[in-house]
Design a protein around this ligand. Structure first.
Ligand code: PAF
Length: 281
């Protein structure tokens, strides 16, 4: 595996691959890789001849400097985990990605999807995500890119950006990888104490309970969300949001909605855990 930290090196390798007619798969990450990330890389492997993984803790998508500083940086361990799964790992610095500083950086903003739900709670977060992913697409020039379905709104954002800007990249959503007890794998699980880790599967259990009630025909969404909140709060969580919206538009359900997505966010100690499930209507 080649570890590359300059745009020139990255472009030279990618150009060679393209000349050879090879299909390039891409997985953007912020590092601290776990099995969920490796699943994205395996999926890219299945559909491409060469795989590029980027590891970049993107300052533009953090709304609090303390969270950016605390984000785990584990490059050596990440490279070991990747092993032969990727041909190239791109590790740019903030100065390389934003040479004129964050304020002077041209931004990509996706209307609608970036402003609702998580976007309303964290203004600017999704602009930071779409900007960095657009830049990375331009640098890596992949044929396909894999993103986790765990970050449901992020995946919707990337799909819309790619379509709106006619970027020639196929976006592949990869199902959430879960621990045996149901907890969705996430870098944030690393913030859980042993006791909190034992409580954490209740988030997915509560989500499944709400999904079953929706599938059984219940449609009082306020009631469902309130019941979910009570169950989580009783289990030691601090519920941050339970939203049930149209799975395609992320807006209120209408008579035309074909599926609903349940979006869960809750604090357990220092960790803000998220999960989601789509239920057909
Ligand atoms: O999902 C993430 O890890 C990040 O938001 C991404 C897509 C790598 C952009 O920084």
């Amino acid at each position: 595996m080649q570890l590359v930290s300059t745009i020139e090196q990255l472009r030279a390798t990618v150009t060679e691959w393209r000349r050879a007619g090879l299909r390039i798969g891409f997985v953007p990450t912020m590092g601290n890789l776990h099995n969920g990330h490796l699943e994205l890389v395996r999926r890219a492997r299945q559909q491409a001849d060469r795989v590029v993984v980027s590891i970049f803790v993107n300052p533009l998508q953090f709304d609090r400097a303390a969270d950016l500083d605390a984000y785990p940086r584990t490059l050596e361990q990440d490279c070991e985990r990747l092993g032969d799964l990727a041909e190239l790992v791109f590790t740019p610095t903030p100065a390389l990605m934003y040479p004129h500083g964050q304020q002077q950086q041209t931004k990509v903003s996706v209307p609608g999807v970036s402003e609702v739900l998580e976007g309303a709670l964290r203004p600017g977060h999704f602009d930071g995500v779409s900007t960095v992913v657009c830049k990375l697409f331009n640098l890596v020039q992949p044929d396909l890119a894999c993103f986790g379905e765990k970050d449901y709104q992020q995946l919707a954002l990337i799909r819309k950006m790619t379509a709106d800007l006619n970027l020639p990249v196929e976006i592949i959503g990869v199902p959430t990888v879960r621990a045996d007890d149901g907890l969705a794998l996430s870098s944030r699980n690393g913030y859980l104490t042993e006791a909190e880790r034992a409580q954490a599967p209740e988030l997915a259990a509560t989500m499944n309970w709400l999904a079953e009630r929706l599938a059984a025909g219940e449609r009082d969404l306020e009631r469902l969300a309130a019941d979910g909140r009570t169950r989580l709060d009783n289990a030691g969580f601090r519920t941050d949001g339970i939203d049930m919206v149209d799975a395609d538009t992320l807006t209120e359900l209408t008579e035309h909605s074909r599926a609903v997505v349940i979006l869960m966010a809750a604090f357990l100690g220092k960790a803000r855990l998220i999960d989601n499930q789509v239920v057909a209507l």
